[in-house]
Design a protein around this ligand. Structure first.
Ligand SMILES: O=C(O)CCC(=O)C(=O)O
Length: 364
């Protein structure tokens, strides 16, 4: 979704203007786990550059909380991901989650390509059943989120858009990388991104909990990603309207891996109106995405189809749902776009376990 397409889409979806408010990965479990272990041990070392050296095991996080996992255990991490751009440190995945995550994908993917221009690989599930709930609770408790507002101007009229879900984003486009100190440097020269190469936003490296999932997903799909966008749909009132992730900065046939955790929500797909494909040739689709599922959208899917998570009344939507998408962004403009629309300039939100809702977080 780029600046203009997002604005257009949200307006179209929610008058009056405010969104208020075949064969697949034939990988046996053993070889997946083996391959992943090989990769994760080396890449996790380099990805954890922004962590402090291991310290004495602490019972509580730096923010004073410990996470109660679905299995009744509390996490007491020894390590955290830190970066000057983070409002607070993000604990590493506890071993009871990361050890099992190494066995993902839990199931083979199913190709869905029986409609014009559609190419999906649907894992039901991808995250092993024993940990999907703990992973959901961990990410909801430990990540920082934003409720982004932005203005759009159509002619003389300026309108405020309230993004109808919590969002957060990590990553930097392929022109840059994070060096061992967490500085954004040019991908080729290794020099700091300054002057014309400077960013309008402050890119954030993926915390270990997301970079581990990214590495596993790259391994299983053969795709390569440099961004993680995270949505939290707190209730059935939260949504994302019909759109395509078809911005130029993602390239012409982008592959996007989209994970679902928590409440089951309907994922709707419809073919864009094009002269090339008559409406009768394609049927809108509804995939009820469950916790742990992953859908890889690839090929012409983004250029020809739109997708959405509509609002829902009742059902399990009010239990909350996390969506993580891994993408490959090629330009600085793309990086600015993602931070503008997923971090913005408002306050930070964090899950409050007692109130069981996101609350505005204040630095203590
Ligand atoms: O929540 C989802 O499953 C879809 C998210 C999405 O479409 C997006 O972030 O662009």
């Amino acid at each position: 979704m780029n600046i203009t397409s997002r604005s257009r889409e949200e307006i179209r979806a929610s008058p009056p203007l405010i969104e208020s408010s075949s064969t697949v990965q034939h990988r046996d479990r053993l070889s997946v786990a083996k391959g992943v272990n090989n990769i994760s041990s080396s890449s996790l070392t380099s990805l954890s550059f922004f962590s402090p050296p291991p310290t004495k095991k602490s019972r509580v996080h730096e923010n004073g909380d410990s996470t109660q996992l679905a299995n009744g255990k509390s996490t007491s991490p020894t390590e955290t991901s830190k970066h000057p751009t983070y409002p607070f440190a993000v604990p590493h995945l506890p071993p009871e989650i990361s050890d099992v995550l190494n066995f993902a994908p839990a199931d083979e993917g199913r190709i869905i390509n029986d409609q014009p221009d559609l190419d999906l690989l649907y894992f039901q599930p991808y995250i092993p059943k024993d940990i999907e709930k703990s992973l959901f609770e961990f990410l909801r408790s430990e990540l920082f989120f934003y409720r982004v507002k932005y203005n759009i101007k159509r002619g003389p009229v300026e309108t405020q858009i309230n993004t109808p879900r919590y969002t957060t984003v990590f990553g930097v486009d392929e022109t840059s990388r994070f060096d061992e100190n967490g500085e954004v440097v040019d991908a080729t020269t290794g020099r700091p991104a300054v002057g014309k190469d400077a960013y309008m936003c402050k890119p954030r490296p993926l915390p270990q909990c997301l970079s581990m999932l990214k590495t596993l997903t790259e391994n299983a799909t053969g795709c390569s990603f440099n961004f993680a966008l995270v949505n939290y749909y707190a209730s059935g009132n939260d949504s994302i309207s019909y759109h395509s992730d078809d911005e130029r900065f993602l390239g012409s046939l982008p592959a996007i891996a989209s994970f679902s955790l928590g409440a089951k929500r309907d994922f709707l797909l419809r073919h864009k109106k094009t002269p090339a494909v008559h409406p009768s040739e394609s049927k809108p689709m509804k995939l009820p995405l469950a916790s742990g599922d992953m859908i890889l959208m690839r090929g012409r899917t983004q250029s020809c189809w739109e997708h959405s998570i509509p609002k829902r009344k009742g059902g399990e939507a009010d239990k909350g749902r996390i969506n993580i998408t891994f993408r490959r962004n090629m330009t600085k403009a793309g990086t600015a776009n993602y931070y503008r629309y997923n971090v913005g300039d408002g306050g930070v939100f964090k899950w409050d376990e007692r109130k069981r809702e996101m609350v505005q977080w204040e630095r203590s």
